[in-house]
Design a protein around this ligand. Structure first.
Ligand code: WQD
Length: 319
């Protein structure tokens, strides 16, 4: 069994590559290096430098490496950018998946593990989000992830493809200091960058209907997320049914609570500046991981402090 891991040189992709190899799985990474870093890949994982949009290159990779399963992470994932550049997101995320699935179909590959997102839920009004709840994305990024799930469902109906969609919640931390998140696009690295610059970290609104007024999210350690990919991929390979899973801890943390942990871990003064709300931010996004725990026996092992501490170690190591 050889897994083609698209986006394998990315922050999350590299953690998945390491976890698959540690579990004894054969992996080949395919990455266009638009944001990936080849040095993140573990020994024994060849890198095919190509975009999933290059169908011929994808087909050649399938044949050269005897690909028998796909773990698809390659995508654009910045919500704000997706609003400004929707066609880029439709091309890369939906066009890229269509190109990849065309080869999956032609080469008779049966198992596809898909990186989806909490963004498919939009701004749900439920306290805890479950997979069969309403999906109503509010930005092009979330729409492309939901459409990706539909494409996989339709291919499965037509060809018997087995697929699993993992809906990531808020990913943070680092499995090792070399694998930190170098894209400063989410709360924790954005706070670190402010601290490095001697600036006050920003809280985007503290007038939300939450206990301390700041937004609540379900943070998940990237190492736990990578482990979820291993168990999901192995279950597909062993003939498991198609499924959709939230990958989350089922526990919310507010922006202010995250800042308090950053203060504990770094020992720095983290007095924030209260900034205006960010458009499109739901007050609370917390998921139930009951389905993935029940079906795959997976449960997050790391808490918020472990995420912040490992992220800070990687951040300071990269200085
Ligand atoms: C978290 C909270 C901000 C920075 C995003 C994507 C989602 C998924 C997870 C891929 C929010 C607040 C942030 C700052 C702040 N990605 N914040 N000050 O928006 O919950 O989710 O990542 O699948 O699709 O949308 O993550 O880290 O941007 O923000 O107050 O300097 O922190 O308002 O409430 P988000 P985030």
């Amino acid at each position: 069994m050889t897994w083609l891991l698209t986006g394998g040189a990315g922050y999350i992709g590299a953690h998945v590559a390491h976890a698959l190899r540690a579990a004894g799985e054969d992996v080949v990474a395919l990455d266009d290096l638009s944001s990936g870093v080849p040095e993140r890949l573990p020994e024994g994982v060849p890198l095919v430098r190509a975009s999933v949009l290059d169908t011929d290159a994808v087909r050649a990779a399938f044949r050269e490496h005897g690909v028998t399963g796909v773990v698809h992470l390659a995508a654009k994932k910045a919500v704000g950018e997706s609003v400004a550049e929707p066609l880029l997101y439709w091309r890369e995320n939906v066009g890229g998946l269509e190109s990849l699935l065309r080869v999956v179909d032609e080469e008779g590959v049966r198992d596809v593990l898909f990186s989806s997102s909490a963004a498919v839920y939009g701004t749900p009004d439920s306290d805890v989000i479950v997979e069969d709840g309403p999906t109503a994305p509010i930005n092009p990024y979330g729409e492309t992830k939901l459409v990706g799930e539909w494409m996989l469902r339709d291919l499965a109906t037509a060809r018997g493809t087995r697929w699993t969609s993992l809906r990531y919640f808020n990913v943070a931390g680092a499995g090792s200091p070399q694998l930190g998140d170098t894209a400063v696009a989410n709360l924790i690295p954005m706070v670190f960058r402010a601290l490095d610059r001697g600036e006050a970290p920003k809280v985007f609104g503290d007038d939300y209907p939450t206990p301390d007024g700041s937004c609540v999210r379900d943070y998940i350690h990237v190492a736990d997320l990578a482990d979820a990919h291993v168990v999901a991929a192995q279950r597909l390979r062993d003939g498991g049914p198609s499924a959709v899973y939230n990958v989350a801890r089922g526990e919310g943390a507010s922006v202010k609570e995250v800042l308090a942990v950053v203060r504990e871990v770094t020992g720095l003064d983290v007095e924030p500046e209260i900034a205006p709300r960010r458009p499109g931010d739901p007050a609370r996004l917390v998921a139930s991981p009951a389905a993935i725990e029940r079906d795959l026996g997976w449960r997050a092992q790391h808490d918020l402090r472990a995420m912040v501490a490992s992220a800070w170690e990687a951040w300071t190591a990269a200085r």
